[in-house]
Each structure stands twice: as structure tokens, then as C-alpha cells.
Design a protein around this ligand. Structure first.
Ligand code: SF4
Length: 431
């Protein structure tokens, strides 16, 4: 979501003649768009500002703005502690970015925009197009969260659940597609909680799938509680919907899920997976796990491990529990760090083995790859298959924006390498 927001901020500041620069040491304005999910996010802000300060030691100070969830959560503290910061802007106030920059240019100091003006924000974002010429683009459809998992800061930093209107989203998608986008990833902190005047995520998917030129639709991140049967059915009927579902579970233990306030059980979770596999057996899953949540016993941990082995997630994101200031879990007694570390290492080792097995099975088989970029100064192209795997192929023909069947010949943990046979290119181009 920060990636989406950063691009939108970039689109907005262009209107007041600020352009992106690769010369990181000589910018006139720095906007640090921050994420507060991980521990040490605030330290990173101070560290980055320290680096900027060093670069500008004997020069005119640049404009420094801290945006995002760290700004939202710790705005006043940041301004009080670091004099170099000119303004803080929370995630729901990005529409004020130009006004902020112009005020700082006019020597207004210490601006704090951390209110939740979410409607106003999207009214401004709505005007933007695909100025980065991306083949794949994010579209935020929903923000905020009412779930209040005990470990999470999102309900405090992004506010209550808010869904944009279906019409507005459709228009943004159309704009993007008219400007070259072929794949859209619908984004939301609770994307499947999307609900605008009774229109649900499945309705939205069905609507945008009708847009000519759009080839692929993804959505993230889903909550098991909101995985309703209409969304499951959409996977049976919408051919543009990709068969990888990111479905965070956080723990394999019902006791821990209850302590986290996740509001579902492992049985509920498994039932969703079963139903999805029934409508499309090719669907695969990825997930998030928190290891070493307060109160996690060896037995609880082994249930997470069992779930990992049972579902055989093709990708997992696992972290040791890190207390976020202001959340209920931050007050809970942490388990010993060395125990949590040991469990994480075991979990990640198993996850990697599963991933490796999955990837080996792809070798010598064909994947459908949408190519996004040419690798700089090489006749190589980067694309993604339907399961979001990164794939690189060599080609003398332009492949950007084209979907090809690719034979996977090799690969490592992060990237797969494939080839398109000359015969196939000829045929595909003729078509
Ligand atoms: S559902 Fe997701 S965003 Fe909402 S509180 Fe839980 S972890 Fe955070």
C-alpha cells in the first residue's frame, strides 16, 4: 500500500514541479513514506534523516517530510525530537502534500497533518493516471481496519474501514489500462471487507474484469472472517482472477488465535481453503505467521508448523512477535527471545523446503508469464507468472506488456529462469 501511496504522492507533487530524482544526495525535498508494522520503524526514520543531514552539512537544508504510518503514530514526538523534520503527514492526508511543500517553501514551520480525511484523499488521488508506465499496478480500494487484532497498529494508524465507490475504482482502473496497465492488484488492509453501498469485492472483481485490455486481477490482503462464498465463487467464474491467494493466518493454534483476537478458528480457515480448492484445484496460498506471540507454547508453535506442512504454502512471511506501541499485545509478557528465535529458524527452514519443492516441480513445465520490464542494457525480460513468481527470460523481441507461455528451465529461491522457443514466439506474434 505504501508503494501505491508513494506513486500517488509522486503524481501529486509533479503538479507543483517537483520531479523524482535518482541523485539521492542532492534532492530539494525528501519525503520518507514510512511503515509502522515492524519494530525499529521509527529508528529507521531518524537514521535516514541523519544521512540526509550529513549530506547537507554545509549546504542549504532540503525540505524533509515524514509521511505514512510512523508519522501518524508518532507525529508530535518526531517533530519534537528531530528539528530537521519540516512536516509529518499521516496516510489519510496525502492530498495535503503540495500545500505542505508550498508552505514550507514559504517558511511555515512544523506542520502536522495527521487527521483522517480519507474521502478527500481519494478525491485527489482519483485524478491520477499511470505516469510510471507500469504494466502491473496497484489500486487501493479499501483502507483501514475494524478488526483490532491485539498485535496490530493498523486500526490506529489507518483508521476505521473505508471503501471507495465502485464507480470511482472502475474509472481509476480504466485510466490505468488506457495507459498501458495489464494487471491490477486491488489493495486494502482488509481487501475482502470491501463494501460500498452493498457492493462487495466479488461485485467489483466482476465489474473490472469486463474492462477490455485488462488481463489479470489480484487482490490483497484478505482476512479469513470476510472470505464469503461470493468471493469463493468469483474464483470459479472470473478467468482474469489469478490463482494465488494471500490469506494470513498468523498462528496454527486456536488458543493463540483467540488471544490475538483474530475472530476465527483454524477449522474455519481450513474450510475456506477446502472450498477454494473445490472451485479451482489450481489455487495456491501464501500466508503470514507471527512466531513467539505472548503465551505461545511449544505445542502452539508445533500447530503452526503442522499447518504450514498441511497447506504447503508457496510463500510465507514469518516474523518474531514485535510489540507495537499502543497495542494491547505490547503489554503482554513476551516469551524468551532465544526461544522465539529458535522457533522462527525452524519455521523458516521448513517453509523454504516446501517452497523449494514447489519451485522444482515447475522446472521443465510451462508457465504463463506477463512481462513487465526489460532488464537494463540486456536482452532479458522480467515478468511474473500467475502465482506471482518472478521469471526472467532472454529474448531479442520486445516482450514488455505481452503474456507468453514460458518453459521454466532453472531457478533459485527468488527468481526462475525460462525460455520461449523461437517457434512459439512466431506463432504467438502471428496470433
Ligand atoms: S485484520 Fe489485519 S490490519 Fe486489521 S488489525 Fe488484524 S492484522 Fe491488523
Amino acid at each position: 500500500m505504501n508503494d501505491y501511496d508513494s506513486n500517488r504522492i509522486y503524481d501529486l507533487v509533479k503538479k507543483i514541479n517537483y520531479i523524482k530524482t535518482d541523485k539521492i544526495e542532492g534532492a530539494d525535498c525528501y519525503i520518507l513514506n514510512t511503515c509502522h508494522i515492524r519494530e525499529k520503524a521509527t529508528d529507521k526514520v531518524y537514521h535516514d534523516i541523519g544521512r540526509i543531514k550529513k549530506n547537507f552539512k554545509n549546504r542549504k537544508k532540503p525540505i524533509v517530510i515524514v509521511a505514512g504510518c510512523v508519522a501518524q503514530a508518532e507525529g508530535e514526538i518526531l517533530i519534537d525530537r528531530e528539528n530537521y523534520i519540516d512536516a509529518v503527514i499521516g496516510p489519510q492526508s496525502y492530498q495535503k502534500i503540495n500545500e505542505t511543500i508550498l508552505k514550507i517553501e514559504q517558511k511555515f514551520t512544523k506542520l502536522n497533518f495527521t487527521t483522517f480525511d480519507v474521502i478527500e484523499k481519494f478525491d485527489n488521488f482519483n485524478l491520477v493516471k499511470n505516469s510510471n508506465s507500469n504494466i502491473s499496478s496497484f489500486v487501493t480500494i479499501q483502507e483501514g481496519c475494524d478488526k483490532f487484532c491485539k498485535f496490530c497498529v493498523v486500526p490506529y494508524t489507518r483508521g476505521a474501514e473505508f471503501s471507495r465507490s465502485l464507480q470511482e475504482i472502475k474509472e481509476e482502473c480504466k485510466n490505468l489500462i488506457d495507459n498501458g496497465v495489464k494487471e491490477i492488484s486491488l489493495l486494502g488492509q482488509n481487501v475482502n471487507a470491501y463494501n460500498h453501498t452493498g457492493k462487495k469485492l466479488s461485485d467489483l472483481i466482476n465489474e473490472i474484469s469486463k474492462i477490455k485490455g485488462l488481463e489479470r486481477i489480484r487482490y490483497t490482503t484478505s482476512h479469513p472472517v470476510d472470505f464469503t462464498s461470493d468471493l469463493i465463487d468469483a474464483h470459479a467464474t472470473c478467468k482474469k482472477l489469478m490463482p494465488l491467494i494471500h490469506l494470513p493466518v498468523q498462528s496454527g493454534s486456536n488458543k493463540i488465535l483467540k488471544d490475538m483476537n483474530r475472530n476465527h478458528t483454524i477449522e474455519d480457515y481450513l474450510l475456506i481453503i477446502e472450498k477454494l480448492k473445490k472451485v479451482d484445484p489450481a489455487i495456491e496460498f501464501s500466508s503470514d505467521f507471527i512466531i513467539g506471540y505472548p503465551g505461545e507454547t511449544e505445542e502452539d508453535f508445533s500447530k503452526s508448523l503442522d499447518l504450514l506442512k498441511k497447506i504447503k504454502y508457496i510463500n510465507t512471511f514469518s516474523f518474531i512477535f514485535s510489540p507495537r506501541p499502543g497495542t494491547p499485545a505490547a503489554k503482554m509478557k513476551k516469551i524468551e527471545n532465544n526461544v522465539a528465535k529458535k522457533r522462527l529458524a525452524e519455521f523458516q527452514k521448513t517453509a523454504e523446503e516446501i517452497k523449494l519443492d514447489y519451485r522444482k516441480n515447475l522446472f521443465n513445465n510451462y508457465s504463463s508469464v506477463l512481462f513487465e520490464n526489460r532488464i537494463a542494457e540486456k536482452n532479458e525480460f522480467f515478468g511474473r507468472d500467475e502465482y506471482f513468481n518472478s521469471i526472467i527470460v532472454k529474448s531479442n523481441n520486445e516482450l514488455r506488456g505481452i503474456t507468453k507461455k514460458v518453459k521454466i528451465i532453472n531457478g533459485n529461491q527468488n527468481t526462475l529462469f525460462g525460455e520461449i522457443s523461437p517457434k512459439m514466439i512466431k506463432k504467438d506474434f502471428a496470433a
